[in-house]
Structures are given as C-alpha cells and as structure tokens.
Design a protein around this ligand. Structure first.
Ligand code: GLA
Length: 393
C-alpha cells in the first residue's frame, strides 16, 4: 500500500543543538563573567489533537529542532539582569519585584516564570541571564513555552533547585495564564519539557498521564509557515475556550472530555459545532496514535483531512491562507496528511510527508503558495528532539 510506513527505527534528531557558543560569547560580553549553565528547550508541532488540551482531552505533539537557549550564572545579590540577545534588549529587576512589565513582550515571560517559581516557595537566587533562540515566533510553534521552560530550567539550575520537568511545565503554564494573558492548555509546556526524540508525546490532559509514541521511519514532519502572524492574546483563542466551557456547563459536565456525540445535538448551533470538533478530535487522536504504531499512513492522511475540516468548519480557527496551504499540500509529491496546527487563526500547517520527498514537497507547496498569495511562506523540515535539557556551559 502506498502509505504503509516502517515502524521501529525512529526518525533521527538531536537532543541539543551543538552551537551555543554564540550565546555563551554574548553572555560573557554582556555580564562580564562566564555562564555556569545553558538550558535549552524546544518548540513543538502538534501532530493532531487541536483545542482538546483545555477540554481535558488528548493531544499528540512532537518537540522540534527549533529551540530557545538561556545561559545563566548565579549572582550574589537578589537581582535578575536579563539580556535578550536576539532583540538586543535588556531587563533588570529584583526577586521581590517581578511585576508585569508595561512594555509587554519577552520581558513578561521572564517575569511570569520567576513569579510562578517564587509563588511555589522555591528558594531562588538572583541571576544573570542571556536568551537566544530560533523558534519562529507568532507561528503556532510554541516559542513562548520554549522560552518559559528554558528560563525555568536555567533559573532552577543556578539556584540549586531540583524540580521535576512536569512540575516545571505546570508552573510555566501558570506564568502564561497570569503574565501573557493566554488561557492555554498544558500541551505546549508538557511537550517542551517531556517530549522524547523520535517520538510523539501522547498526553491525556485530564489525568496528565503521558506516553511516548515512536514515529515510523520514512516519515518526515514538514511545517509550513503561512507568514500570517498572530499572537494568541490577540485572537479569539480565549473566546473559543470560553465557548467550550459554556458547552460543557450546558451539558452538565465538568469538561467536554466526557461529552457524547448524541447529547451535543441539543446545544445551540455555535456551541454544538465547537463541542463536535472537540469530541471528534479526541477520537481522531486515539486513532492517530494507533495508526502511528501500525505505520498506517493512509489512515493518518484521512485523520488529518478530517481534523483540518473540523477546525475550519466547526471550530472556525483556520484562515483562507492556511486552507490554501492544506489544499496545495494534499496535491503535492509525497503528501501523507496536512492540517492546521497549534493555536490557529494564522500560523502554520503540519504535514506528514514521505521522507524521500520532503524537500521536493516543501519546494512545490511553498512556491505555489507564494505564487497564489504573494506571501513569503516558509517550510521547516523538522527533526524531533528531547524536551528541556540543562548542561554545564
Ligand atoms: C495553543 C495553546 C495550547 C493548545 C493549542 C491548540 O498552542 O497554547 O494549549 O490549546 O493552542 O490546540
């Protein structure tokens, strides 16, 4: 069969990009001393299971080789002196004053993570920090979770605090809620903390149990950025979350996790469609997990098509540009499946592609997309990596 994939041997990636030398140099130039540790955390692409995490459902992301790294050294006082290498900007505040920064942006992730760690009574030290990364921003690849986890890893390491990665991820989610104003689920932070190279991370977002699902060999993950930027705080993301909560309330349920297709029919039209997406998407995640294990590319392709249609029509989280990318991908060489991924309302598609065709697939889709829209779409052929790691600098 055309899309029968080989199971077993994992698609190779690396745990930690080799070149953090620039970051270490920038740290030394900025702070006048050498860093002690470098913490690095990946962005993620969600294979399937969109808008299910905050409904207590299932998701299946992978961590990708686009990462954010934070170099750190402890200080003798209680100050945080922070340097964003990529923005060439700085911040400086004390441990007892991690209020939201009026200018917003990257500074509030630092302040938010610090607040969440302190709020858990962790004994932190003042630190010097330098940050740099290559996770595309505002693209639905969780640049914010990568930043949060790398910061948490760096600050904890420099303070001598041992915190299990899943606890770190939960604190980073609180930081996102409180300081970035996005009522996100747990998928992004769990992926950035817990994912394993060569595997998708299955998360039951109700029990918070996770399982590593090996990816079949011969399959490439190609992310295509529509270059229609969005920051979740400025999209209907939070409104969708409220609509899901309203649907669950109307059904007398704690969340849509346990909703049945039959009972949804009684809901008003917009709530019915939101709930229908969530219930059907949960079933698709379970089916995709089985298809990955069986190396059944045909089934994965069908599930991706259904997921995208449901996101477009029922959840109304797509855009014309993303729909076009999916349409072009489905007709391109080597295509197995294509769909909107991440927070939606712009951003990226995730594409499963026969590995041997990945380069050609990316070129064909991007050039057709540019021709049709005039937008500078961009493809990333991704390798999978491990979640957050800390090493000596
Ligand atoms: C964003 C959020 C996640 C999840 C996805 C949609 O990435 O941060 O928690 O809700 O959107 O699946």
């Amino acid at each position: 069969m055309r899309h029968r994939l080989h199971t077993g041997a994992a698609y190779t990636g690396h745990g930690m990009p080799a070149d953090t030398a620039n970051l270490v140099r920038a740290f030394t130039a900025q702070h006048g001393c050498k860093p002690q540790f470098v913490a690095e955390a990946p962005g993620r692409v969600n294979l399937i299971g969109e808008y299910t995490d905050y409904n207590g459902g299932f998701v299946l992301p992978v961590a990708i080789d686009r990462t954010t790294a934070v170099a750190v050294a402890p200080r003798e006082d209680d100050r945080l002196r922070v340097h964003s290498v990529d923005h060439d900007q700085r911040d400086d505040f004390s441990l007892d004053n991690a209020r939201r920064h009026p200018m917003g942006g990257w500074r509030n992730y630092v302040r938010g993570v610090l607040w969440a760690l302190l709020d858990s009574q962790l004994p932190l030290r003042g630190v010097d920090l330098s940050i740099s990364g290559d996770v595309p921003q505002a693209a639905g690849l969780s640049s914010s979770a990568a930043l949060e986890l790398a910061l948490a890893g760096a600050i904890c390491a420099a303070s001598g605090v041992q915190l299990p990665p899943r606890e770190m991820a939960l604190l980073c989610q609180r930081a996102e809620h409180m300081y970035a104003g996005v009522q996100c689920g747990i998928m992004d932070q769990f992926a950035a903390a817990l994912a394993q190279e060569g595997c998708a991370l299955f998360i039951d977002c109700q029990s918070l149990e996770t399982e590593d699902v090996p990816l079949p060999s011969g399959i490439a993950i190609v992310v295509i950025d529509s270059k229609v930027p969005r920051a979740l705080a400025g999209t209907p993301y939070n409104r969708r979350r409220d609509e899901c909560a309203e649907a669950a309330r109307a059904l007398g349920l704690p969340s849509l996790r346990s909703a049945q297709q039959s009972e949804i029919e009684s809901l008003p039209d917009n709530l019915r469609r939101r709930a229908r997406h969530v219930v059907s998407e949960n079933a698709r995640v379970l089916a995709s997990k089985a298809a990955l294990r069986d190396g059944d590319g045909g089934a994965l392709g069908r599930l991706f098509v259904e997921s995208h249609n449901s996101l477009r029509d029922d959840f109304e989280a797509s855009t014309p540009e993303i729909d076009l990318l999916v349409e072009l991908a489905n007709a391109a060489p080597g295509a197995i499946g294509a769909r909107l991924t991440g927070g939606g309302f712009g951003g990226c598609t995730v594409n499963l592609v026969e590995a041997a065709e990945a380069q050609r697939f990316a070129e064909v889709v991007v050039s057709q997309y540019r021709g049709r829209t005039g937008l500078d779409g961009e493809a990333h052929i991704c390798r999978t990596v491990n979640g957050m790691q800390v090493r000596d600098a």
